[in-house]
Design a protein around this ligand. Structure first.
Ligand code: ATP
Length: 261
């Protein structure tokens, strides 16, 4: 623990010494990650470096072999305030074959607030409308989700997370495969969320318009954190405008993914 860590109040996320493996294959080798209230932390790294595994461990979706996780100061095994967390998983088809409307999918983000048999109160309807407006989908509220484009469906998932009025948003590659306009819209949404006092943990390959919002970048490489600080500059040809991915074989500390700041 460093002097800086000692200065921090109780972090929103505290993952200490996380060791995770699939079968016999280790994926995280004792990772420690703390996210303070109000931070916007980006987890960066090559494909397969362990970013999603770390995120899913933090949310209790995956049981690590070793280590301790606390959310809002409470050990994960005792944590019940899931309404305080909004999670947007890695891109998926939000609609599938289901005829649910945009509003219905977004409203499902209120369930943790309402309780299983809770009534749909005006506050719920207001939160859903506010979330739809936040992502610019008010005029599509009554449309079946499957009629929306991939980028718009991603916005539906983000609105669903926002509808729960969380204190922490966890997003796994929220802008992957999303067009530039939608990325800009998402950056604006995130900016408003952070302005309201929210905390963000997001996994990303490319930050694009999100870069100015990031207060700290954490680079995962082969299951270890190799950098925690300012967003590193993409290096060499990886900085080229047409280069939109990082290479799994390019080590962090040699010419390749990121230059150390
Ligand atoms: N359910 C699983 N079963 C077995 N192996 C898995 C599983 N999920 C991930 N892995 C493996 O664990 C390693 C880390 O995967 P993870 O998804 O955490 O990486 P990532 O950094 O999020 O990658 P990407 O950028 O491609 O999403 C990879 O080698 C991956 O193949």
């Amino acid at each position: 623990m460093t002097a800086t860590d000692l200065d921090l109040p109780e972090p929103v996320v505290a993952a200490e010494g996380i060791v995770a493996a699939y079968g016999g294959r280790p994926v995280l080798h004792g990772v420690t990650l703390r996210v303070a209230a109000g931070e916007v932390v980006a987890i960066l790294g090559a494909n397969g470096s362990g970013k999603s595994t770390l995120t899913r461990s933090v949310l209790g979706l995956l049981q690590p072999r070793r280590g301790e996780i606390r959310l809002f100061g409470t050990p994960l095994r005792r944590f019940r305030d899931w309404h305080r967390i909004g999670y947007v998983p890695q891109r998926l088809d939000a609609g599938g074959g289901v005829p649910a409307t945009v509003r219905e999918v977004v409203a499902s983000g209120r369930l943790a607030r309402r309780g299983f048999l809770g009534r749909n109160r005006p506050a719920d309807r207001e939160a859903v409308s506010a979330a739809l407006a936040d992502v610019g989908l008010t005029d599509r509220a009554g449309d079946p989700v499957r009629t929306l484009s991939g980028g718009q469906q991603q916005r539906v998932l983000i609105a669903r997370a926002l509808a729960g009025e969380p204190d922490l948003l966890v997003l796994d590659e929220p802008t992957a495969g999303v067009d530039a306009a939608s990325q800009e819209a998402f950056a604006a949404t995130l900016h408003r969320f952070v302005g309201r006092g929210g905390t963000v943990l997001l996994v990303a390959h490319e930050l694009g318009p999100l870069a100015p919002l990031i207060s700290r970048a954490v680079v995962v490489h082969h299951g270890e954190i190799v950098h925690s600080g300012p967003v590193p500059e993409p290096a060499g040809h990886h900085a080229a405008p047409d280069h939109d991915h990082v290479h799994p074989h390019a080590p962090y500390d040699r010419p390749g993914i990121w230059d150390a700041p």
